[in-house]
Design a protein around this ligand. Sequence first.
Ligand SMILES: [Ca+2]
Ligand SMILES: [Ca+2]
Length: 353
Amino acid sequence: MTNTHQKMVTKKHSPRLFQCLFQCRPQRLSQCPPRRQGGVALITVLLIVAICSLLATQLISEQQIQFRRTLNQLQGDRAFHYVLSAEEWGREILIRDAQKNSTDSYDDDWAALLPPMPVDGGVMLLSAEEMHGRFNINNLVVNGVVVSHQIEIFQWLLQDLQLNPDLVWPLIDWLDSNNEQIGPFGAETDTYSELTPPYRAANQPMTNPDELAAVKGFTPEILAELIEHIVVLPAATDGSHTATLINVNFATAALLRALSVKMVSATVDPVTDYALSDGFDSISEFLTAIDDANPGVTGLSSSIDSTLLSVQSEYFILNYTGSFDPVSLKNYSIMHRDSAAEVRIVSRAQGEY
Ligand SMILES: [Ca+2]
Ligand SMILES: [Ca+2]
């Protein structure tokens, strides 16, 4: 009878217990029976412990995220300061070079290979190269005008590399401001709009050689052949776009053979060898060397338009590769040095040019 009575009491009072737990206002808790107050306290403590554990876990997790974020920011800041330091080195060495001599060749200090430089937590590799030994794609269309002699040079270069000379036409359409296809081999927005995904011709000077991949006909295989012989130099800052000159001290053999129709079959190895070892001090010295290397060919040097040539460079690429655990850095900056030896950073980017 007693057990049955207890069960009945429990069953009878259970709803009241929940009422006490969840509905009793604080001032009424004291009215709950003392035994049930103990149960309420236990549940409250467990609830508080659970909330505290949850908050502690969240706090630790947020602290870890914040720590990682701060660490990443610090590493990013450090990498950026290495970039600025590298550019300062590049600026300084180019200014000193201009004070030292008025020509640019492999004999210059900036062209020397530097040993890896130890820096805080790692090493850094710095190298500078000039950008006038290759054909400037943006020379094909200067101030909106297609330059026929530059077209010839580029076609002779393509021929020398055993590539299709007609590749020049879609390139001109890509660079010129109009949307009129230059001929049967050209390509304007009409051509590219039929592709998936469709896009437009840039109709302006290129900003990076990677853009070539978007031009009709320039397959990865063709680009691999061409890339060492071309460059994309930016337009002048004053808004005028003038053709850049070829520095004969750095010109590739293929580009030298592309300088005129007579040069196509000329011998250029002694000329490139001399450029590598000593460097030409003037264009006339270079032209004499061309004739000397090809004694059987009359009028060879006079077939070259010497106004397109130079023994000086304006644009340089500064490459910097760094490894400072856990940060790796591979960047380049394009620098311009004017006739007054003022050096400015034209652009900077990650990866290789
Ligand atoms: Ca120099
Ligand atoms: Ca166009």
